[in-house]
Ligand binder design. Structure first.
Ligand code: CP
Length: 316
């Protein structure tokens, strides 16, 4: 089957999901990211001209702090012209369809769209619709995928752990509603992590999740043992229908990461979270702000990862 993310030469045309991306492309993005980490405020090199003359449109139909802002910073560091469409005051509130909005922005000579949408498949829909010279990046669609989050997570793991082939990684929390978890699992297994675990109550796991190549645990005290990397997830209350949990307090008791539970992981384990965090629900403040936490470095690496993805899409 054709991969909608690749052109006929096998090069990245759109970045929609980590599922189905060849390991060579994943590694290429991580290697490029390393070269962009130093193009930053405080360093000698503040900008590179790789996207000079290109227009990047940020279309965020759902709220975002980290993804939208780091895409904007990344595009500006690549010297692109950046347009942040204010969806609340755009004509989508007057009934304009998503594809009509996109057609109008294409008429303004858009070169790249960065799309976040509550509907799974929205970025794919735009990618299928636009002319081949235009590139689409999925910045999170429903519960389906969030590829640049997973890529910045992979870069963070490689930064601290150097290799993937000797790691035990666990993802903890609301796997069922998490686009981040899905993208992380595909990226981790493609990059050769030999043991990927998930820990969640039965009500927060997708059916047949084992088919993704993960080991399932319901008991945090078992699943955290001897892991190298702990990736925490937020309860995605906005995507839950009905009560899947007794209460936030009960959830924290069994699935919240505390110092005591973290002591079951390896002594040099790192703790990650894509944000936004709910302190006291999935993670205790002493862990979020503690010495094992790499949560804020994840955010910083997000800029370089997004520079890498955009420059690769632009063929630079
Ligand atoms: N991790 C993440 O996607 O955060 P935002 O919703 O703030 O972009």
């Amino acid at each position: 089957m054709n991969n909608p993310q690749l052109n006929k030469h096998g090069e990245l045309q759109h970045l929609l999901s980590t599922e189905g991306l060849p390991v060579s492309i994943l590694r290429d993005i991580l290697d490029r990211t390393a070269s962009f980490v130093n193009v930053a405020a405080g360093s000698e090199i503040k900008k590179v001209p790789l996207l000079h003359g290109k227009s990047v449109f940020n279309l965020f139909f759902e709220n975002s702090t980290r993804t939208r802002t780091t895409f904007e910073i990344a595009a500006k560091r690549l010297s692109a012209d950046v347009v942040n469409l204010n969806i609340g005051s755009s004509s989508s509130s007057k009934g304009e369809t998503l594809l009509d909005t996109v057609d109008n922005l294409c008429a303004m000579h858009a070169d790249m769209f960065v799309v976040r949408h509550s509907q799974s498949g929205a970025a794919h829909l735009i990618a299928r619709h636009v002319a081949p010279r235009i590139h689409v990046i999925n910045a999170g669609d429903g519960r389906h995928a969030h590829p640049t989050q997973a890529l910045l997570d992979m870069f963070t793991i490689r930064h601290y752990k150097k290799e993937f082939h000797n790691l035990r990684v666990v993802i903890v929390g609301d796997i069922l509603h998490s686009r981040v978890a899905r993208s992380q699992i595909h990226a981790l297994t493609t990059l050769g992590v030999p043991e990927v675990r998930v820990i969640a109550p039965r009500t927060l796991l997708p059916a047949c999740v084992e088919r993704l190549g993960v080991h399932v645990y319901h008991d945090m005290l078992q699943g955290l043992r001897e892991v190298d990397v702990v990736m925490m997830l937020r309860l995605q209350n906005e995507r839950m229908q009905g009560a899947l949990l007794p209460s936030a307090q009960e959830y924290f008791k069994y699935y919240g990461l505390t110092q005591e539970k973290l002591a079951l992981a390896k002594a040099d384990a790192i703790v990650m979270h894509p944000g936004p965090m709910n302190r006291g629900v999935e993670i205790d403040s002493s862990v979020a702000d503690g010495t094992h936490s790499v949560i804020l470095p994840q955010v910083t690496f997000g800029i370089a990862v997004r520079m890498a993805a955009m420059s690769m899409l632009a063929g630079k």
